[in-house]
Design a protein around this ligand. Structure first.
Ligand code: NAD
Length: 362
């Protein structure tokens, strides 16, 4: 498996280094022929090549088996014509990575104020309110006069159907409960269609329990009782916002793993941004990207019918849980490990048998 690794900006290089360390250990333990190939993206690429995503990078990534994209400073990239392309948007759009899976769960040993839970937000990833990607050409934010802006949201039957299927399939492999999050009381056409299609698609999955909640009320419900949720499906922006909340409820945004999946490509990405407030200080939590990479291995294994990759993905998740269980963690979740030390702790457990022992004890 050849994986392209793009470290990105802010804490990106620190958390991708920790992730690559864990992946190398997983490769050795599970006998994976894993090749990690690093290239510049974001500010590093802008400095070197005059653009955040250099020409030719798409082909390099296309020829690989998967991509790990570190967080990038997207707020800094304002003018595409000057080479300031949002790398996250660029790869999601180029590979039509329509499903963004964002698991959030609590860990024994780690403080959490909202009770134990284990859920996944399935976010539509290609349209909705995202002005830089929901049009074939151009941008869906219009400056009508210097004082008037119109932002357009695109919702299509095709995208609703495919994200609904992705969420239903996932729920069928978990606790068989799907929650549809929407705002159909106000966005009667767009979210009305999203809700109808999700319900319609879900009827094709016997045994799947389905409910729906308005997005504003959802913020209260998920804080009140996160344990009542299993798989949650939402349009792009609602899913983006909700999944930051669920990651933080689990302990920290730094635990938020995320996989962007299309028909034949997947990109691992942390759920959070480049965190400039803590960049370069070896304090960021690398767990988000490490868990994302585990999801990428599992996706690849399923696609290739190679159980070793799924086993490696599971072992990484178990090693993360085992580190937490031992009370070792980064400072965002109450510990005192640095970014590199956290990666190393996970790698060491992965190398030893302690992860399997912890998994067996669960
Ligand atoms: P952010 O997600 O980077 O950070 C929000 C808060 O969470 C900060 O306090 C930060 O320190 C903390 N945090 C985030 N990741 C953490 C980690 N791994 N460990 C510990 N703490 C962590 O949001 P922001 O500061 O609003 O955005 C910074 C930049 O990232 C902006 O340019 C934004 O546009 C960009 N961004 C990029 C992506 C992406 O690349 N996919 C996603 C969201 C935001």
């Amino acid at each position: 498996m050849r994986i392209v690794v793009l470290p990105g900006d802010g804490i990106g290089p620190e958390i991708t280094a920790a992730t690559s360390n864990v992946l190398r250990v997983a490769a050795a333990r599970f006998d994976l022929k894993l090749q990690l190939e690093e290239h510049a993206v974001g500010h590093a690429s802008l400095e070197q090549f005059g653009t955040t995503v250099r020409p030719g990078l798409l082909e390099i990534v296309r020829s690989a088996d998967g991509l790990i994209l570190g967080p990038t400073a997207t707020a800094d990239f304002k003018d595409e014509h000057s080479g300031e392309v949002n790398p996250s948007k660029y790869f999601r759009k180029s590979f039509d990575l329509f499903a963004n899976l964002r698991p959030a769960k609590t860990y024994p040993g780690l403080r959490n104020r909202f009770g134990a839970f284990d859920l996944v937000v399935v976010r539509e990833n290609t349209e909705g309110f995202y002005a830089d990607r929901n049009m074939e050409q151009g941008n869906s934010e219009l400056l009508v006069t210097p004082d008037v802006v119109i932002s357009l949201r695109r919702i299509t039957r095709h995208c609703c159907e495919r994200i609904a299927h992705a969420a239903c399939k996932l729920a069928m492999n978990r606790r068989r409960h799907l929650t549809i999050v929407h705002k159909s009381n106000v966005l009667k056409l767009g979210d009305g269609m999203f809700l109808d299609i999700c319900r319609e698609v879900a009827r094709g999955y016997p045994g799947l329990a389905v409910d729906d909640i308005l997005v504003d009320a959802m913020m209260a419900h998920v804080v009140r009782r996160p344990d009542r949720f299993d798989v949650i499906v939402a349009t792009n922006m609602f899913g983006d916002i909700l999944s930051d909340l669920t990651a933080e409820l689990s302990g920290s945004l730094g635990l938020g793993g995320s996989l962007n999946v299309g028909a034949d490509f997947a990109m691992a990405q942390a759920a959070h941004g480049s965190a400039p407030d803590i960049a370069g200080r070896d304090v960021a939590n690398p767990t988000s990207l490490i868990l994302s990479a585990a999801l990428l291995l599992a996706w690849h294994g399923e696609r290739r019918g190679d159980a070793r990759y799924a086993a490696a993905g599971r072992a990484i998740e178990d090693a993360v849980a085992a580190v937490m269980r031992e009370g070792r963690a980064t400072r965002d979740v109450g510990g005192d490990l640095g970014t590199a030390a956290m990666g190393q702790a996970i790698a060491e457990i992965l190398q030893s048998d302690r992860a399997s022992a912890a998994a067996a004890a669960r």
